[in-house]
Ligand binder design. Structure first.
Ligand code: NDP
Length: 683
């Protein structure tokens, strides 16, 4: 295959550099694969274009519409993934490695699309937390809201995940309504560019919502302001440089970094060699060493093992590592490819040399690596290398990261010692503990959670379903404190909110309702002649209200409900015992009876636009209901969410049940599905 010039996609067109650019050499055979340069590109203009073209285009879409675009994109890319696999092999990735990057990336788009549709409103504003009542009379209230920032989300990525790396950052930013500029690492930019080309060709994302910068991002950083953000993945050194960039400091640009870390995996005390957890531990260790030739920010670098188990773990790992076949991706039997470049190979070997100051190399010899189907001279091949620490406290093993197929086994005395050693990593992305003992798990987790973004407890029970130590998941937080960069990505909707500004809005309930699109207690209610259940989604308005009751609750009602449901708890059935209850002092109605009676008071029975009741939220019983109390229910349309692609939507109703004194007895939200029109079609 010929070398090709990698282009950038900027300001609505593809840009080819005006010089020859930097050559990218394949680690498989030393052949030139691509050239990369941004010479001649008006990089600073990309930020303005994103803000002025991409931003408004995204702002015109609701969370649900953005989710639909992401879903369509994920499915389109997935259908054409064969060509990405072919290109990925040139980066040194085996098929298994490519699956993590390519399928993992497209899966992240789909996961975000589905999360956004289920967990965000069909709107452009996200509400954060409950209404805060600030004045005694309820005329002055407040609520926190999230709105999309008006800047660009710049992502600067590492070489090791040319597909997943940019999609895991793009998906949450896109859902948040913020345009993205992708800067891939030069070494693997050709694969990112290929996927990007297919994204642009699909026409599924609004123009300006994504741009690609292959080459030097420096002029772009100078153009960033307070609405922009930078999300960096790569070395701790570059992270520190970028964090201190003058424009980032001067304009308080949101900056997050995900840097390399010395992730630990602990074999729990008490696991014997014949326990299933022993094999799980060793298998996980060797898998993490060899997937992507160990070039994963989440890979295990420190294997913490009870001192008496060190020999057994090393021998079991050796048996597995001896079976690893190093060579060109796709060649017969190859299970581990090269690292990404010759210079990365040199870096890994230098790090191993430093580690050898505090550890012995016990598996793998870098001078004698059998290579299948590749060129051992011009390719960047390494064997898996396992070290055994000679001094568990030595700083080398906790500070030096060999970003390749390398891990160090460290013996620990007891659990407290293991916790203390893990903390010496200075903050990591992930740690795993292999144990079947829940109490041990709690002890270790309490000790090490403050140093980690994610923790996995693995044992025979969850192993089959476990996604593994090294896999960041779209729904879980990815990032870590300190050495790991201090940033946080993904985590489901949390990742979306990173791109939005949280603002406290203060005002009257009416203003808050209008501003947030959600009715607030104290805002006007409209009690019309027509029952709100007779109204379609198109006709219903926030504040539409029905008041039902009063309905007197009798002792017979309570007894009947107890017999009928079998809920004969003494407070509803035994006058003497109920009298002794310090909260009730006598027979009280079941909370569920109150809710059921309330439904009987507000429901309109005839067939109509209301299709179903799919649950209640935030149900609280506030005042006990006794025989002869009279209940009134007030039901108010609180939030109306049409579902895109369906002929119905969701209506959230505020329900308040009061007694004859006006005291609230129960409060909750009733959730219903309502047709968009009276005849059941789209509005
Ligand atoms: P770098 O930190 O050098 O590069 C990461 C990204 O930053 C690349 O896109 C790079 O672009 C860009 N970059 C580098 N310097 C600057 C700068 N001054 N201004 C703006 N952007 C810059 O990491 P490498 O990819 O070279 O890997 C080096 C080490 O980083 C590895 O050996 C490993 O230890 C660690 N690493 C950590 C990863 C993680 O996931 N946390 C992933 C990969 C590596 P360009 O490629 O064009 O130079």
């Amino acid at each position: 295959m010929d070398s090709r010039m990698v282009e950038s996609y900027a300001c609505g067109r593809w840009h080819r550099a005006t010089d020859e650019g930097r050559a990218v050499i394949s680690p498989v055979d030393g052949a030139e694969v691509a050239r990369v340069s941004s010479t001649g590109l008006d990089v600073a203009a990309m930020a303005a274009y994103g803000r002025e073209t991409g931003g408004p285009a995204l702002a015109a879409l609701t969370f649900h519409e953005r989710a639909a675009a992401l879903k369509a994109l994920g499915l389109t890319l997935m259908a054409g993934k064969a060509e990405f696999y072919a290109e990925s092999a040139r980066t040194g990735a085996t098929e298994r490695d490519s699956a993590v990057d390519i399928d993992g990336g497209f899966g992240t788009l789909l996961s975000y699309a589905s999360k956004a549709k289920r967990e965000l409103p069909n709107d452009v504003i996200h509400l954060d937390g409950p209404v805060e009542q600030l004045g005694k009379k309820g005329t002055f209230v407040a609520r926190h809201v999230h709105t999309s920032r008006r800047g660009v989300a710049v992502q600067i990525n590492a070489y090791n995940f040319p597909v997943w790396g940019f999609l895991e950052k793009l998906a949450p930013a896109f859902i948040a309504g913020v345009p993205t500029i992708v800067k891939p690492a030069t070494q693997t930019a050709y694969l990112t560019e290929l996927v990007f080309r297919r994204i642009i060709e699909s026409g599924l994302l609004p123009e300006g919502s994504v741009q690609l910068l292959c080459g030097d991002p420096a002029p772009l950083l100078d153009a960033l302001g307070g609405q922009d953000s930078v999300a960096f993945t790569g070395s701790a050194h570059t992270a520190a440089t970028l964090r201190a960039h003058p424009a980032i400091v001067a304009n308080s640009v949101h900056f997050t970094a995900e840097a390399d870390s010395l992730n630990a995996s602990v074999l729990g005390a008490g696991v014997t060699t014949d326990a299933p957890e022993f094999e799980l531990y060793v298998k996980q260790l060797t898998t993490e060493m060899t997937v992507k030739a160990g070039q994963k920010c989440t890979a295990i670098r420190r294997a913490l093992v009870p001192e008496p188990m060190v020999d057994a773990v090393i021998e079991a790992a050796r048996a597995r590592l001896d079976r690893v076949v190093v060579g060109a991706p796709g060649a017969e039997g190859v299970t581990m490819g090269p690292v990404v470049s010759l210079s990365q190979r040199t870096d890994v070997l230098a790090a191993v040399d430093k580690l050898r100051g505090a550890a012995d190399l016990v598996v793998g010899d870098p001078d004698r690596v059998a290579v299948v189907g590749g060129d051992a001279e011009t390719g960047a091949y390494l064997p898996p290398m396992l070290l055994r620490s000679t001094d568990p406290e030595a700083p080398e093993v906790h500070e030096i990261e060999a970003f390749g197929p390398v891990a160090t086994v460290i013996g620990y005395r007891d659990t407290a010692h293991a916790v203390e050693l893990i903390a010496r990593g200075g903050g990591s992305l992930v740690a795993s503990l292999v144990t079947a003992d829940p109490q041990l798990a709690r002890e270790v987790l309490l000790g090490i959670a403050p140093y980690h973004g994610r923790l996995l407890v693995l044992n025979a029970e969850d192993a089959r379903e476990s996604t593994g130590h090294g896999s960041p998941l779209p729904v879980l937080v990815h990032g870590g404190p300190g050495r790991a960069g201090g940033g946080e990505e993904l985590g489901g909707i949390r990742g979306v909110l990173h791109h939005m500004q949280r603002t406290a809005i203060q005002g009257t309930p009416e203003v808050l309702a209008a501003a947030t699109g959600q009715w607030v207690t104290g805002a006007p209610r409209t009690e019309g002649a027509e029952h709100p259940f007779r109204k379609s989604l198109a006709e219903l308005r926030l504040g539409d209200t029905i008041v039902g009751g009063p309905r007197t609750v009798t002792l017979a009602d309570i007894g009947h409900f107890a017999d009928f449901t079998g809920d004969t708890f003494y407070a509803h059935t035994d006058p003497e015992a109920a009298a002794a209850n310090p909260l009730f002092g006598g027979i009280v109605a079941h909370g569920y009876l109150v809710v059921s009676l309330a439904a009987g008071l507000f429901v309109d029975p005839a067939p109509g636009p209301v299709l179903a009741n799919f649950g209640v939220d935030s149900l609280r019983f506030l005042t006990p209901v006794r025989a002869d109390d009279a209940l009134t229910v007030t039901l108010t349309a609180k939030q109306i969410t049409p579902r895109s692609g369906a002929d119905y939507g969701e209506v959230r109703w505020d329900a308040v049940v009061t007694n004859q004194d006006g005291a609230p007895v129960a409060t909750y939200d009733v959730l219903t599905l309502v047709a968009k029109t009276r005849d059941g079609g789209e509005a």
